[in-house]
Design a protein around this ligand. Structure first.
Ligand code: B12
Length: 231
């Protein structure tokens, strides 16, 4: 092997190690543990320069949050670290969402959390990925209020409502929301729901009027299997 090939190979190996998702996940966790926002931001910026946002969301941010959840559950990290990490990702995802151009002519899609639900990073991520796929998305944040959402649906012509459900305790409210949307006169928006609650209670999927979409960090398809304006 020539000298240049050796250098190229070692550069490649270094890149593999430096920007490998698992490697960065470990380093992000270390940065979070010492509230080191600058280092965490450097890792995020590097990964976004190398990988598509979709891959960073599904292969880095989601598994990192899952691991943080496990560590917190086992008492291995304090809740403050978990809050710091979720606020950090919230900031990055929000900035990316608002920096993304919106198509104003397409039908409107709404993404939100189920009533009572505060876990908003999945629907925020979903909004970002759908917007990147060309859809016109409005992100409504945590805990949507059913009646005000229904008023919005009556007033505006919505194509789709995407609801995220993490806690099993949110399931009753999302079922009621699904029923009320279903009872609206036609043309009414489609309701798509998903989230961790259904991983634990798959038996409840059939109760929610709407379409269930499964997505986890092992499925890095661009738009969680949802339709896109690009077909
Ligand atoms: C961050 C976090 C919080 C933050 C949320 C901050 C924020 N701004 O979002 C705060 C501090 C508010 C919080 C609060 C609580 N939390 Co919390 N939290 C988490 C944590 C660490 C990360 C959540 C997250 O963002 N995950 C990453 C996302 C991207 O992954 P995901 O949810 O699986 O979503 C993927 C798919 O499910 C899918 N998807 C999700 N929604 C949708 C929707 C559609 C339409 C589609 C197509 C797909 C889709 O797409 C995503 C990408 O693949 C999790 C750990 C974990 N396992 O996730 C615990 C976790 C969810 N929380 C938990 C708990 C217990 C709570 C509290 C009850 C704690 C308490 N005692 O107060 C409260 C409840 C608050 C409430 N009313 O909602 C438990 C839930 C246990 C359970 N099975 O019910 C977990 C699992 C932690 C644990 N290991 O015990 N939490």
């Amino acid at each position: 092997m020539g000298k240049h090939e050796t250098i190229a190979k070692s550069d490649e190996q270094e890149k593999d190690v430096t920007y490998n998702m698992r490697f960065v996940q470990r380093h992000l966790l270390d940065a979070f543990k010492s509230f080191d926002e600058a280092t965490a931001s450097r890792f995020m910026a590097s990964m976004l320069a190398i990988y598509p946002i979709e891959q960073v969301c599904t292969e880095l941010i989601t598994p990192t949050l899952w691991e943080i959840g496990q560590l917190w559950e086992q008492g291995l990290i304090p809740v403050a670290i978990e809050h710091f990490a979720s606020a950090f990702f919230h900031g990055w995802l929000t900035n990316l969402l608002h920096a993304m151009p919106t198509n104003h002519t397409n039908p409107l899609v709404i993404a939100c959390c189920a009533p009572g639900e505060l876990h908003e990073l999945a629907p925020l991520m979903l909004s970002l990925l759908l917007r990147r796929a060309g859809l016109r998305v409005a992100y409504l944040g945590q805990s949507i209020e059913t009646e005000s959402l229904l008023q919005t649906v009556r007033r505006l012509s919505l194509a789709l409502i995407c609801v995220s459900v993490t806690l099993i305790s949110s399931l009753e409210a999302v079922t009621e929301l699904g029923q009320k949307v279903h009872e609206l006169p036609s043309p009414r928006p489609a309701l798509i729901f998903g989230g961790q609650a259904f991983a634990q209670r798959a038996d409840l999927i059939a109760r929610v009027p709407g379409v269930y979409r499964y997505a986890d960090h092992h499925h890095s398809n661009k738009t969680y299997g949802l339709p896109t304006s690009r077909g």
